[in-house]
Design a protein around this ligand. Structure first.
Ligand code: NAD
Ligand code: 0WE
Length: 260
């Protein structure tokens, strides 16, 4: 008996086996969910389809979340194949490298719009298109980061995009609540994924995190996966509009020191 037996989940954001979306897919599948995937076109055949096959999944469709027609296509195909949807996972973000290197004050109009479109508006677009397919106990889960609330060096425009994403979670929760659909975010500690690799100063802050976080360890995609199972399942039946910290307790610290 799994917590998600008979449930159907569509997961956006797998790039490789380090992706948070992949950790979530494995965890949902282990609890009995049927999973399907959508990712950017360039990753589909080489990266995503082989991973999907490991979970017996063959719904693997391309979608650039900036493209409304592409979003519509994915959900049309899903509906034709499976009818309805119980779990929507949004685990994607993007900002231009140059906007994560310099100072926030340098952010261009274009760079700001791009980061917010891909990283925040896409949750609204995907959720709206999924709405007619959602079952009455459906759950939407997205991924955020502490840089939404407090300044994290170099996170810059992504911090602003995550603040918009977290506010969107609350507004969506109120819109969808009367239908029984819940919307929540997981705020994960730093994890070494493709999106984190090569980011200026990431390695240093990853090491510091382990030294100061109350649990004295880093967070992994398995930790995020099990919390996603909780938010996707009826175990969290009265939780919506929430940000759940999966960060070893880091966010409760006032002054992070090795001794605290
Ligand atoms: P990742 O690189 O594995 O995943 C990011 C995904 O975003 C990729 O699959 C990429 O293809 C996708 N993406 C980018 N632009 C897209 C577009 N236009 N259309 C469709 N997909 C697009 O990295 P990850 O760390 O697993 O990131 C997943 C989520 O977790 C992101 O929202 C990220 O902000 C969040 N997050 C990451 C960390 C961390 O430290 N890694 C911490 C907290 C939150
Ligand atoms: O949300 C993220 C990753 C966001 C991200 C990362 C990149 C790097 C490569 C979005 N877009 C891009 N674009 C690229 O070209 N995280 C929470 C991981 C992360 O990213 C950081 C961090 C942390 C933590 C960037 C700067 C500082 C800290």
């Amino acid at each position: 008996m799994g917590l998600l037996d008979g449930r159907k989940a569509l997961i956006f954001g797998v790039a490789n086996d380090h992706s948070i979306a992949w950790g979530i897919a494995k965890a949902l599948h282990a609890e009995g969910a049927m999973v399907g995937f959508s990712s950017v076109e360039s990753l589909i055949e080489k990266r995503v389809r082989p991973l999907a096959a490991r979970l017996g999944a063959d719904f693997v469709e391309p979608c650039d979340v900036q493209d409304d027609a592409a979003i519509d296509r994915v959900f049309r195909l899903w509906q034709a194949r499976y009818g309805d949807l119980d779990v929507l996972v949004h685990a994607l973000a993007f900002a231009r490298r140059e906007d994560l290197d310099g100072t926030f004050v340098q952010t261009s109009r274009d760079g700001f719009a791009l980061a917010l479109d891909i990283s925040a508006y896409s949750l609204v677009a995907l959720t709206r298109r999924a709405l007619p397919l959602f079952t009455e106990h459906a759950s939407v889960v997205t991924l955020t980061y502490y840089g939404a609330e407090k300044v994290v060096a170099n996170y810059n425009v992504m911090g602003v995009a995550k603040a918009a994403l977290e506010a969107s979670v609350r507004y969506l929760a109120v819109d969808l609540g009367p239908r029984g659909v819940r919307v929540n975010a997981i705020s994960a500690g730093p994890i070494r994924t493709l999106a984190a690799s090569g980011v200026a100063g990431f390695k240093g802050m990853y090491g510091r995190f382990r030294d100061v976080a109350p649990l004295r360890r880093n967070v992994g995609i398995t930790d995020v996966g099990s919390s996603a199972v909780f938010l996707a399942s009826d175990l969290s039946s009265a939780i919506t509009g929430e940000v759940l910290y999966v960060d070893g307790g880091f966010n409760v610290l006032g002054v992070p020191t090795e001794e605290s």
